[in-house]
Design a protein around this ligand. Structure first.
Ligand SMILES: *[C@@H]1O[C@H](CO)[C@@H](O)[C@H](O)[C@H]1NC(C)=O
Ligand SMILES: *[C@@H]1O[C@H](CO)[C@@H](O)[C@H](O)[C@H]1NC(C)=O
Length: 486
């Protein structure tokens, strides 16, 4: 967006009489530091109003909303955190040996959504390496919630996957005919007879205490070997280009306000009775969701609910994003569509979905394949200037990790528990709307995706529970795959 105009405004407002008058009186009473901060905000205000005036003169109706923020404000909203010289490092160490080709095979059925599959596959590459086994191209689960019939090569670039990893693991398209009929050892890795079949790939490998070379292999597998299929990559890139032509920068919002998630988490805040009931029935009828009785109020207070479209709108507004901000919605179908989405679009009208960016023709081959449309969302989210997930989940975690890996691109992780408290205080009249922004900003000072080591389990927790509570490897592959050296 026209930065040159912001630059023009800079010189202009400096000499403005009212600025210097206010500055003068201010110098008398307060310290230099406060003065500077104050002058800065005046200065930003002048720029801002100056631009509005200019805009109104030139385009009386159309451009009023299109606020041109100056460089400083811009930086605060869009600048990525400093990487402190950190870079991706995925090369094997000098101890890493050649692929041991043994006559053992691992077959895998990958389950879950796209990102569960991707991280699961990367883990299976590591398992095959540890076991000196040949990996058979994984089968993608077709029975999951998403009912997607895509095969591996529909979603991923199979040839690239095989050749990229040839120094690490032998990968074949299918089991050799002569051993098809051999009995397969299922799940257990200790005693087996030639072929292991892994029935599920979403049981995560440990995050920590694995050899460095295995951790780096997981990163090579996920970030370098598992490319999406050429047709997905090409459309994904096209859509990113179209977004960049609409605005200089965009936010990718993973708005996880989809029916399955709301039903699974039992979060019904802001929904009607009928909607809540529909979600309850769905949960009741989904066998593999173990927890049936959920108190929505408690879930929300504990920070376990996805932010609603309205909450996301208030959140982004409080962080200072202007209404003109271009926001790409990376998600499937939003629950109850426009009814809830409108509470976000009323604050940010410049919201686009893939259906708005791509032609029907372009989307035709993807529709009905949840993992392929999710792949488009993934690409657009990784390439965005700012990524904001409304809920923590596999997609949110994997995109965050990938962005860290690529140079700590800005990811704003909402503190859902803290936000809900603030929103409820405003609602109850215990907090002024005007001071909400300040509180929200404070709450998120350390949640912009700046470099930090992967978090371990909270102290005091022992045994296997630790593993589940650690931050996931793919959410933050620092320090193993991000370092200052190579
Ligand atoms: C895999 O091969 C390496 C080197 O050839 C050997 O040291 C290791 O014990 C083997 N692992 C298994 C599980 O067979
Ligand atoms: C849900 O939890 C809230 C807060 O603890 C409580 O006030 C409410 O009565 C609970 N609702 C039900 C239906 O149990």
């Amino acid at each position: 967006m026209a930065n040159h105009r912001g630059g023009g405004g800079y010189n202009h407002s400096r000499n403005h009489p009212s600025t210097s008058r206010i500055r003068k009186s201010f110098f008398l009473s307060v310290t230099l530091y406060v003065t500077l901060v104050f002058a800065l905000s005046i200065f930003i205000f002048m720029l801002y109003s100056n631009d509005i005036v200019q805009d109104e003169r030139k385009m009386p109706l159309l451009r009023v909303e299109d606020h041109k923020s100056d460089k400083l404000l811009d930086d605060q909203l869009w600048r990525a955190p400093s990487s402190h010289g950190l870079r991706p490092c995925v090369k094997p160490t000098s101890k890493y040996g050649a692929t041991a080709v043994w006559d053992r095979y691992i077959t895998v059925r990958s389950n879950g959504g796209l990102n569960q599959m991707r991280t699961g596959i990367a883990d299976m590459v590591a398992v095959a390496r540890i076991m000196n086994a040949t990996l058979v191209i994984p089968q993608l689960d077709k029975r999951s919630f998403w009912q997607d019939s895509s095969t591996f090569s529909d979603v991923f670039d199979e040839l690239h996957f095989i050749t990229y990893l040839q120094q690490d693991v032998r990968i074949v398209k299918e089991l050799p005919k002569e051993i098809e009929s051999l009995p397969r050892a299922r799940k257990h890795f200790t005693s087996w007879s030639g072929v292991i079949h892994v029935a599920k790939s979403d049981s995560r490998l440990a995050n920590n205490d694995l050899p460095l070379d295995i951790q780096r292999l997981r990163c090579r597998a996920l970030y370098h070997a598992l490319h999406f299929s050429p047709s997905i990559e090409s459309l994904g890139k096209k859509l990113v280009k179209r977004l960049k032509s609409r605005a200089e920068r965009y936010i990718a919002l993973h708005l996880r306000y989809e029916k399955d998630m709301l039903s699974f988490t039992g979060c019904t805040y802001g929904l009607t009775e009928a909607e809540s009931e529909e979600l309850r029935v769905m949960r009741e009828n989904t066998n593999h969701w173990k927890i049936k009785n959920i108190n929505s109020t408690e879930q929300r207070i504990d920070g376990l609910c996805p932010l609603t479209p309205k909450e996301v709108g208030i959140f982004l507004q409080a962080l200072g994003y202007p209404p003109s901000t271009l926001i790409y919605i990376a998600a499937g179908e939003i629950y109850s569509g426009d009814t809830h989405l409108s509470e976000l679009t009323s604050r940010f009208p410049n919201i686009v979905s893939k259906e708005m960016l791509a032609t029907k023709e372009e989307l035709r081959t993807f529709s009905g394949h949840a993992s392929q449309t999710a792949a488009l969302d993934y690409i657009i989210s990784v390439e965005s200037d700012v990524f904001v997930p409304s809920h923590s989940g596999n997609m949110a975690r994997t995109v965050e990790g990938h962005r860290r890996f690529l140079g700590h691109r800005k990811t704003i992780t909402p503190d859902r528990k803290g936000l809900v408290q603030l929103f409820d205080k405003v609602e109850a009249g215990l907090l002024q709307v005007s001071s909400l922004s300040q509180h929200v900003k404070k709450l998120h000072e350390k949640r912009y995706g700046a470099p930090r080591r992967r978090a371990g389990a909270p102290s005091g927790i022992k045994g296997r529970a630790r593993l589940r509570l650690e931050e996931s490897f793919y959410q933050n592959p620092y320090p193993e795959c991000i370092c200052t050296g190579r």
